[in-house]
Design a protein around this ligand. Structure first.
Ligand SMILES: [Mg+2]
Length: 278
């Protein structure tokens, strides 16, 4: 990402205080809300990070704020490492909200009723199943999450496992021809396809006057880069990169590239509600 790239004149400087920066972007966006797209990571962005990843729920007010946005903006989408089925359990009732799971390997335009898998990913399902089984054998105390097309090895509950898990994952990614994806206290093995959160944003952003992306982690950097690309290619495109609660180490890199900083997931609904005021 080029920090020296020219920014749109109306864009607040990155040195501005978060509240001022957000206010300027909100005002510009609210005037043409129906031409904008909004993209959200889930874990750490719309929900607090928890020890048990299965129990995670959106922050209070989050679902209502997304519903209001989905009713008024051109595109409102979740872009997550989670499977679509998980996202549908949290957001399935929100009309118009698009669900992108497994970094875009899965997609649902209708709250999870129909799920499309990227065809190139499907052949990796048996390989991932084998990796899941081997990981559970190698780390019986760790949470090994089977996402069918991705295997996540979590070390949040036991950070001492990190070096062992990292080297195991690197070895097995190479042995099985898989790709590594690092997150907050987690490493994943996934198919070696060029689907990341940036590709999802580019796919969904056709015809938009501007777009916001909310993220908290390294896996969200490609989405920030996608907004940079759209802004560079389309004169007047309004790109807003929001870093949420980036206190944990890996999120710091995201904050460096953000236009707006929010304290944590609880601040997201408040910001979204401001689009509909005044
Ligand atoms: Mg996240």
């Amino acid at each position: 990402m080029d920090e020296n790239a020219p920014h749109d004149a109306a864009e607040a400087p990155k040195s501005a205080s978060s509240a001022d920066a957000a206010g300027a972007h909100v005002a510009r966006t609210a005037a043409r809300l129906g031409e904008y797209g909004f993209f959200f990571d889930f874990d750490g962005t719309l929900s607090p990070i928890q020890q048990d990843p299965e129990s995670v729920q959106p922050v209070p007010g989050g679902v209502a704020a997304l519903a209001a946005l989905a009713a008024n903006a051109r595109v409102t989408a979740i872009v997550s490492a989670r499977p679509v089925a998980f996202l549908a359990g949290r957001f399935g009732g929100v009309p118009g909200l698009r669900l992108n799971g497994l970094y875009g390997l899965e997609y649902s335009p209708d709250g999870g009723a129909t799920v499309t898998t990227v065809p190139e990913a499907e052949p990796y399902a048996p390989v991932i199943a084998r990796v899941v089984a081997e990981a559970r054998e190698a780390f019986p105390g760790a949470l090994i999450e089977d996402k069918r097309l991705s295997c996540a090895l979590h070390f949040r509950t036991d950070p001492a496992l990190e070096p062992g898990i990292e080297s195991w994952a690197a070895l097995h990614a190479e042995a099985y021809g898989l790709r590594l994806q690092h997150g907050r206290m987690v490493v994943e093995l996934k198919p070696p396809l060029d689907t990341d959160k940036g590709a999802v944003v580019l796919r969904e952003a056709a015809g938009l006057a501007g777009a916001w992306y909310f993220g908290d982690d390294l896996g969200d950097l490609p989405a920030f880069a996608a907004l940079d690309k759209l802004a560079a290619e389309q004169p007047g495109f309004h790109a807003v990169r929001v870093a949420v609660g980036t206190a944990e180490g890996r999120g710091a890199a995201l904050a460096e590239h953000a236009d707006v900083l929010l304290d944590g997931p609880e601040s997201v609904p408040t910001l979204l509600d401001s689009f509909h005021c005044g």
